[in-house]
Write a protein that binds this ligand. Sequence first.
Ligand SMILES: O=C(O)C1=C[C@@H](OP(=O)(O)O)[C@@H](O)[C@H](O)C1
Ligand SMILES: C=C(OP(=O)(O)O)C(=O)O
Length: 445
Amino acid sequence: MANIQFHVQPGGKIQGRVRVPGDKSISHRSIMLGSIAEGTTTVTGFLEGADALATLNAFRDMGVQIEGPVNGQVTVHGVGLKGLKKPEKPLDMGNSGTSTRLLAGIIAGQDFDVTLIGDASLSKRPMKRVVDPLSAMGAVIETQEGGTLPMVIRGSGEPLKAIDYVLPMASAQVKSCVLLAGLYADGKTCALEPAPTRDHTERMLNGFGYEVHSEKVDAQQTRACLQGGGKLTGMHIDVPSDISSAAFFMVAAAISEGSDLVIEHVGMNPTRTGVIDILKLMGADLTLENFHEVGGEPVADVHIKYAPLKGIEIPEELVALAIDEFPVLFVAASAAQGKTVLTGAEELRVKESDRIQVMADALLAVGIDAQPTPDGMIINGGVQCVQRSAIQSHHDHRISMAMSIAGLRAVDTIVIDDCANVNTSFPTFLPLINQVGMVISAVEA
Ligand SMILES: O=C(O)C1=C[C@@H](OP(=O)(O)O)[C@@H](O)[C@H](O)C1
Ligand SMILES: C=C(OP(=O)(O)O)C(=O)O
């Protein structure tokens, strides 16, 4: 594949109004739940990025009739919990961990075998975390040695065994996998999470008329439970803008003098807003305006202006609530005066890349003092970036975009290799970031 480099002109300020594309997590779930619902589900604001499209194509391959996406509109003709068909070929999950792990839960309840495959990055990521609970529910699953893709799920059509599963890590993907398998189980299935993670699956199941009961066990732990064997009823889903995509714009405005930006219609689900809390703790001038609710999810406009940032110790309880935003938060920390310390974030090592090591290497390549630790990073910020060598994105969309934002505090042009991957979650990143004041060109190397 051609190497699309980003060449980022140094400096600049961020101004105006912008609306980023739809939320990736909600887009995935709109197709999954729409497909196994009875009746029609209509979706607006669907993210037309490669990950959500991998989910959409997988359900088409299992016989679901899906129209679109056209301008973010999708119509899913649901087939009910038992109406999926055996696909003729392996389902290609591309780069998407969410597609793979959530689909595994649904497929475990079918009466046919499916093979899941993925790209080089996804094929290195751990799947044991979903194989363990699904096996405990009676599913038969084969992975490669080391618990990676390709993964074969052998469905018997027999009901799965309901379990009360204690998640070993704070992962919405594992929680969702267990709950989705629970739809096909012979009783009440529960997932107990050690810390709050995004709850879009629970909210959306309730929206589809399928009761999920969530209960706080203590300040950190929540148990979500559902009864197997019910039915989902098709609905309309309006997908808010993705706070994970908005985060690149928040940090861009926060670190460049003279910036004043409004990001419209951003999803404000409290299990996703860690990035806002962390930026505020660092001293960002950020306010939320025009709060309202869209299809069971809170939404607001984010108004952010430049203000000098300071280094902080990031509270561990915010880690899972900002898990995908750390690459760009490391860029904010690089611009902040003083030391920023992140701990409790070892999950970053098993994302599309090892986001601790890869970001430490990338920041070092632009002259920032960034020291990786087993579960986080220590960054001594406050200096300008200088390009010492080309930056590698390591098949990771969030590294490409985060390091683009670093250009705002650079004295040299920053060159980032292998950036076509922004299409994974944010296909319009380049035109939108250029529209608000950066100058980034895509160059075929
Ligand atoms: O459930 C989801 O939609 C997601 C959960 C998170 O992963 P983990 O649950 O593995 O932390 C996140 O990193 C991913 O981008 C999307
Ligand atoms: C971790 C991510 O996604 P996934 O796990 O779905 O590949 C992400 O988008 O940052």
